[in-house]
Design a protein around this ligand. Structure first.
Ligand SMILES: Cc1cc2nc3c(=O)[nH]c(=O)nc-3n(C[C@H](O)[C@H](O)[C@H](O)COP(=O)(O)O)c2cc1C
Length: 476
């Protein structure tokens, strides 16, 4: 009888076998035996599906060079509302995203901001007149309508939307809008009563039916004194992000339907109500992983220690302080399919933390007794009920990186360890770059995947791609 050397299989297949074995409560060898036996007993049946897809990073497609070649073009139509001044900031925000911006202003818009300003910010003259011979020669309304990848209208006034809904074309902006076959994004801005008016509602509903995209309006204070409500134009950053999203091809969502729990950041262990023990973790790597997993379609919960980072888009974020708080939150989030423990959890806490601020006394220094914190990674890895299918830990080491990480993988009972050298010279703690080695269990052995130095976002994308390949979710 021929023997099969599991070590000779490729990494993705080995990882799949490991997951499958864990799911069925068998060793990898027993799992392989079962697969072979099933195949031998049922020759007509299809072989068991083992995912072998290679990791494909779900990287954001890059736009062309900043000089203009290959950059998507946005035509920004500025309507005649008070929020027209914000359109000037929007030009900059769109350019920040590598987009080429061309401006068109209605006659009313020119009462609020000067075409010269918009043109200077966009690096191209601002178009205003349907019957301007120079415009007709230069571009013409038909060319302006087509020679773009997206049209953004900000602010979209009630009047401009009414004209669009009716198909008017009596000025340059409306003629372009009627002649275009490109996507259109509206950012309405008006007084709350204008927004709530039945005519406006009808027009907006019609435009949405016609396939126009709408962002906002937000709720907030109006330019008019003592007026507040829904009608405030979305912020330029929000509009630029929405425009960018419309211009990018749909992303692969290989982790759709997967629940993922991520921990990030340091923990703070109180000494008294005002002091604590902490570490230098910034949370950037864990936040980047949560963001990449969400972008890959997973339903992500991020349990984070105290960090100064904004919530990643599409991620549910739970903020905690101490290791014990973190474990409690992690336990309430189970079951999940995958758990990634990137937090730098304090190993110890102060046993005799003061309930009041500890004061200097003549009796000398306070004696702080340390006790061990719960081990979140080991606790979850060793669960017999509700254990995630894949448990990934992080090893932050300052010496003997691979040896220490290998020992940690074995000791904690997790499936993978992401090892990184956090010696001060590497600048990893708090920095934007990371060099990691991904250790995966290979039965008795440990397989090591060493990645080059990358940004933390790139590490996150590559890790998510590896997870997708290992769990049988090849990119769509
Ligand atoms: C000071 C001032 C502020 C205005 N702000 C708005 C506004 O925020 N939203 C809106 O829909 N109309 C607003 N209007 C009314 C529009 O300027 C008017 O309906 C105009 O015809 C719209 O032109 P457009 O179709 O070129 O955008 C405002 C008018 C004035 C005088």
């Amino acid at each position: 009888m021929a023997s099969l050397t599991v070590r000779k299989l490729d990494d993705a297949l080995k990882a799949s076998l490991r997951l499958r074995a864990a799911r069925n409560g068998r060793s990898v060898e027993d799992e392989v035996r079962m697969i072979l036996r099933d195949a031998a007993e049922a020759p007509a049946a299809a072989p068991p599906a083992l995912p072998t897809a290679p990791p494909v990073p779900a990287a954001r497609p890059q736009y062309g060079d900043r000089a203009g070649a290959g950059r998507p073009r946005v035509t920004l139509i500025i309507g005649g509302g008070i929020a027209a001044y914000k359109a000037l900031d929007l030009i900059r925000r769109l350019k920040d995203r590598g987009l080429h911006v061309r401006c068109v202003m209605t006659r009313a818009a020119q009462q609020f901001v000067a075409p010269l300003t918009a043109g200077a910010l966009a690096d191209e003259r601002c178009y205003t007149d349907l019957f301007d011979p120079q415009s007709e020669f230069d571009a013409g309304h038909i060319r302006l309508a087509r020679d773009t990848d997206l049209i953004v209208i900000a602010p979209a006034t009630a009047d401009l939307m009414a004209k669009m809904a009716q198909g008017h074309a009596d000025d340059l902006a409306t003629a372009i809008l009627l002649a275009t076959n490109r996507p259109v994004l509206l950012a309405p801005a008006m007084n709350p009563l204008m927004w709530a008016n039945a005519a406006t509602k009808r027009n907006v509903a019609q435009l949405i039916r016609d396939g126009v995209h709408v962002i906002g309006p937000n709720s907030g204070e109006m330019a008019e004194a003592n007026e507040a409500g829904v009608g405030r134009m979305s912020e330029p950053l929000e509009i630029a992000a929405a425009a960018d999203a419309l211009l990018r091809p749909p992303q692969a969502r290989p982790l759709a339907g997967t629940t993922i729990l991520v921990t990030a950041g340091p923990t703070h262990e109180p000494i008294d109500p005002v002091r604590y023990i902490a570490n230098r973790s910034s949370g950037k790597q864990g936040f980047a992983i949560a963001a990449a997993a969400a972008q890959a379609g997973a339903e992500v919960t991020l349990v984070s220690g105290p960090v100064d980072l904004a919530d990643p888009p599409g991620v549910r974020v739970i903020r905690v302080e101490s290791a014990r708080d973190m474990l409690a939150q992690v336990e309430t989030m189970l079951p999940v399919n995958i758990a990634i423990f990137a937090a730098a959890v304090a190993d110890w806490r102060v046993a005799n933390a003061g309930e009041q601020k500890i004061k200097k006394t003549a009796q000398g220094m306070p004696q702080l007794a340390l006790v061990e914190n719960p081990d979140i990674l080991a606790t979850v890895s060793k669960l017999t009920h509700n254990r995630p299918l894949l448990v990934i830990g992080f090893a932050a080491e300052t010496e003997h990186l691979i040896d220490n990480a290998t020992a940690k993988l074995r000791r904690k009972g997790c499936d993978w360890i992401v090892a990184n050298d956090v010696s001060p010279a590497t600048g990893v703690m708090g920095g934007d770059r990371n060099t990691v080695h991904v250790l995966t269990r290979d039965h008795e052995d440990v397989a090591i995947d060493s990645w080059p130095v990358m940004t933390k976002d790139e590490v996150a994308t590559a890790l998510v791609a590896k997870i997708a390949a290992a769990t049988g979710h090849p990119p769509a």
